[in-house]
Design a protein around this ligand. Structure first.
Ligand code: 13P
Length: 255
């Protein structure tokens, strides 16, 4: 019922020519598979050339951040209506933005609302730090982050929402959460969605796991019933490993 998603968060990597090369290589390896939704999230200035290149390829594009205003004196920012011309998705509240660029639960909520209002599907990231994890606070932190991100939104507005559970201690460390833990926390996210917005939203919203996913561990992760995909950092920068993860996911889903 929920289409699996492999979203590559390229972060601040790849010039325009490199981004175009990477997309071409992925397409050569994966071909026209539509069993898995492939979302490429390059640096914003690569979105336009990638949109042109991939017009006939089965990729969706995502931005990595947006502002909540439509326009105005916000030097260096990009608004949802600007991004909507080039991308279907926008990552909001990635832990790197929370930790390095002052993103808060409040700005995550404003951006999520703004993205949805402009028909841009948010991929809202939540995740606990190592300290919080070691203090046993994972459930309360994730609950608070999901609740805050969705404050003031109705079930009708959430139709395109995606949530990504990305424990900070697993990002770029080579130490992924176990499939069981990732599955349990994605299940927690789904139960919060059910409590806030009812069964239909909980059953249709895709919940991703992110943090050191690779071809080696993606199968066990994708076998978890509450995990609908991955938000992939490092392994999405190599065409071969990203393509492999798409193929393994298609197999898990019976392709
Ligand atoms: P890694 O896959 O490199 O751990 O990064 C995960 C991530 O931050 C995706 O948004």
């Amino acid at each position: 019922m929920r289409k699996p998603m492999m979203a590559g968060n390229w972060k601040m990597n790849n010039t325009v020519p490199e981004a175009l090369d990477l997309a071409r290589q992925i397409y050569q390896l994966v071909g026209d598979t539509t069993l898995v939704e492939q979302v490429l999230c390059p640096p914003s200035l690569c979105l336009h050339p990638l949109k042109t290149l991939t017009a006939a390829m089965p990729f969706a594009l995502g931005a990595q951040n947006c502002h909540w205003q439509e326009s105005g004196a916000f030097t260096g920012e990009l608004s949802p209506p600007m991004l909507r011309e080039l991308a279907q998705y926008v990552i909001i509240g990635h832990s790197e933005r929370r930790q390095l660029f002052g993103e808060t639960d409040e700005t995550v909520n404003k951006k999520t609302r703004a993205a949805l209002a402009h028909d841009l599907a948010p991929i809202v990231c939540v995740g606990e730090s190592l300290d919080q994890n070691e203090r046993g606070e994972t459930v309360s932190i994730i609950t608070a982050q999901v609740r805050a991100a969705l404050t003031g939104l109705s079930a009708e507005q959430l139709q395109t929402l995606v949530i990504a559970y990305e424990p900070i201690w697993a990002i770029g460390t080579g130490r992924a959460a176990t499939a069981q833990t990732a599955g349990d926390i994605c299940g927690l996210v789904r139960s919060i969605l059910r409590e806030m917005h009812g069964g239909a939203v909980a059953d249709t919203t895709r919940v991703l796991y992110g943090g050191s996913t690779k071809p080696d561990n993606i199968s066990a992760i994708m076998e978890q019933p509450d995990i609908d995909g991955a938000l992939i950092g490092g392994a999405s920068l190599e065409a071969a490993s990203y393509a492999e993860m798409v193929k393994i996911t298609a197999q898990v889903y019976g392709g």
